[in-house]
Ligand binder design. Structure first.
Ligand SMILES: Nc1ncnc2c1ncn2[C@@H]1O[C@H](COP(=O)(O)OP(=O)(O)O)[C@@H](O)[C@H]1O
Ligand SMILES: [Mg+2]
Length: 231
């Protein structure tokens, strides 16, 4: 479904002539329906990797294929339709503070797709999936961190994407809410959505017991079907 071939990403450093290699020669395949954890210390290159898969950053070298299509050579207008096939979840939620739970999710939908109605039901269904059906009118400041992240997951799912990319999604949460969020990702994965999750947490890697790709200094150190935390 997704194929990375010899991906490198070199960032120029401002105020100096030096460069920083965030990723070097990274290659792997993702099958549809997989749940992969990218594990590595802070600065290892996890965020850069997810951004390249989401087409938010262009690699310096190498190719990314999504369902056989070379994303680095796709025209900008076609990238839009590709973006709907991917949902992104961030560590810091990125909710709109002046919008309710319902509005934060519905805002992500384009009205033109729902000329015959059905938009509200779609949002309600997704909010029920993440267990927020009783808080649809709350504002972000009225929610716990775990609840905020559930809104962000609902927003990422609203286009019914084939892939969800989650960058340290439990980085700001306590162990109780972390378990809660991982359960939701497991449920979404069981429904057929491919999940790529980046984390530096040993507990998460060991509790998921799924394929683990360990990244160290921008390179893949290991890729194991039922991996454990090895750093
Ligand atoms: N926009 C940027 N400009 C320069 N260096 C960057 C930029 N983004 C990331 N880096 C560097 O690339 C490396 C990998 O960063 P990142 O992908 O954010 O790692 P991680 O998510 O694993 O913590 C780090 O050394 C970081 O400082
Ligand atoms: Mg990061």
């Amino acid at each position: 479904m997704i194929k990375l071939e010899n991906i490198s990403k070199i960032y120029p450093l401002s105020f100096s002539r030096e460069q920083k290699a965030a990723l070097q020669n990274v290659s792997f395949d993702v099958e549809s329906g997989e749940f992969i954890t990218f594990c590595g210390r802070s600065g290892a290159g996890k965020t850069t990797l997810l951004k390249i898969i989401a087409c938010q950053e262009k690699p310096t070298d190498g190719n990314v294929f999504f369902e056989g299509e070379d994303l680095c050579r796709t025209k900008d207008k076609d990238i839009c339709s590709f973006r709907h096939q991917i949902g992104f979840v961030f560590q810091d939620y990125k909710l709109l503070s002046y919008k309710t739970v319902f509005e934060n999710v519905s805002y992500a939908l384009e009205v033109t797709d729902y000329q015959n109605g059905g938009m509200d039901e779609e949002v309600e269904q997704i909010l029920e999936l993440v267990g927020l059906q009783n808080q649809t009118n709350s504002f972000p400041h009225e929610l716990s961190g775990g609840e905020k992240q559930r809104v962000a997951i609902a927003r990422a799912l609203i286009h019914r994407p084939k892939v969800v990319l989650a960058d340290e999604p439990t980085g700001n949460l306590d162990p109780y809410h972390t378990r809660d969020i991982l359960k939701i990702f497991n449920k979404v994965n069981e429904m057929g959505t491919t999940i790529l999750l980046a984390t530096h947490s040993k507990e998460i890697v060991n509790s998921l017991q799924r394929r683990v790709i360990t990244i160290e200094d921008g390179e893949i150190r290991s890729d194991e079907a039922k991996g454990r935390f090895i750093l």
